[in-house]
Design a protein around this ligand. Structure first.
Ligand code: NDP
Length: 325
């Protein structure tokens, strides 16, 4: 048994419920590895968990993504060894100096990829990867809408679409954020907090409508995303930073031009170990070669975790925030 410092949710609520506490960490169970944490990611998913949207018995250690060096392995673990540099996503209780993670959830971090970048890439990077390669595989010349394009997933989407030969129409909530989106390769940018008719502005920029709309903002943008599609286009609703989209009349798909709507989750695109390994290997290769650049928008010690989440929830961030213990 070892001890670790951890970011703990003491009861469901706002960021005032976060505390840094000492916790006991058992030896890794069969099938687990124990990792000394290098960095942990700050994600919207953690907000939903902290608020109790996904009920979890309290107290619990927050966090769903991280990276570090393996210091012990449990029985039956064969493809991960002490000393390996690894990263993981979608495994809870990650914001602790020592973390036990199922070996099936970790991937190797190749030489040439920094551990902080690796932690930052797992959820947002793999999400952008499956959205542009599998949910709607972007083709040369496609016009793609990306909302919140200066955000974590947003900046990665813009770069990956550009790399596949797509044309990006980007939205964001300030001039500074629009400049970031242009720097990442967006051809057209729209401040959706100032424009009157958002769908009309998108359609005009797109020259008639977009082939695909990637929408992680949800409630506030869904209607405009739908109305901005060209005939038989696809709306990919992948999140609800502004709130969840209310129930929806399927007849609207017809009147919008025989369009498609899907609501994907990363979990369903990395469930098979082979798919998880091949997606993360390709993503790390893009990062190592500079084809995709990560933007670390802030590094916070555990003691300032509340500040990091307040900034994320308050729309004051660009790129990815990480916690460094
Ligand atoms: P971001 O860095 O994109 O931060 C969210 C951004 O959304 C804000 O910066 C803000 O940008 C915009 N926004 C618009 N309205 C609001 C609002 N009312 N409150 C807060 N933000 C708002 O976050 P992430 O990159 O971490 O996540 C983006 C989305 O992706 C989230 O919805 C998340 O849940 C989802 N996600 C989905 C996954 C999946 O597999 N389905 C996996 C991982 C993440 P601006 O100021 O420009 O408007």
């Amino acid at each position: 048994m070892s001890t670790a410092r951890a970011v703990v949710v003491t009861e469901p609520g706002d960021t005032s419920v976060l505390e840094v506490l000492e916790r006991e960490v058992p030896e890794p169970a069969p099938g687990e590895v124990q990792v000394e944490l290098a960095a942990a990611g700050v994600n919207f998913y953690d907000v939903y968990v902290r608020q109790g949207v996904y009920p979890t018995p309290t107290p619990f250690v927050l966090g769903n993504e991280g990276s570090g060096t393996v210091v012990a392995v449990g029985a039956g673990v064969e493809d991960v060894a002490v000393g390996d540099r690894v990263a993981w996503g979608q495994s809870g209780s990650s914001q602790a100096t020592l973390v036990n993670v199922p070996a099936a959830k970790v991937v190797p971090v190749p030489d040439g990829v920094d551990l902080v970048d690796a932690a930052a890439a797992m959820l947002q990077g793999l999400t952008a990867h499956y959205l542009v390669t599998s949910t709607y595989p972007v083709r040369e010349g496609d016009v793609a809408l990306v909302h919140a394009a200066a955000g974590g997933v947003g900046q990665l989407l813009v770069q990956m679409i550009r790399n596949r030969g797509g044309i990006v129409v980007a939205t964001a909530g300030s001039e500074e954020k629009l400049a970031i989106a242009r720097g990442r390769g967006a051809r057209h940018t729209i401040n959706y907090r100032e424009v009157g008719d958002l769908a009309a502005a998108i359609r005009e920029a797109a020259g008639g409508g977009v082939h695909v709309a990637y929408d992680g903002v949800g409630k506030d943008t869904f209607d405009a995303s739908l109305a901005s599609l060209r005939r038989r286009g696809m709306l990919v609703l992948f999140g609800g930073a502004s709130g969840q989209v209310p129930p929806f009349d399927l007849q609207r798909l017809n009147s919008a031009g025989s369009v498609y709507v899907t609501r994907p989750s990363l979990a369903h695109y990395v469930e098979e170990r082979d798919e998880f390994l091949s997606r993360s290997a390709e993503l790390f290769e893009w990062i190592r070669t500079g084809a995709v650049e990560l933007s670390i928008g802030g590094r916070f010690p555990f003691a300032r975790a509340a500040e990091a989440y307040d900034a994320l929830e308050g729309r004051r961030t660009t790129g990815k925030l990480v916690l460094i213990p």
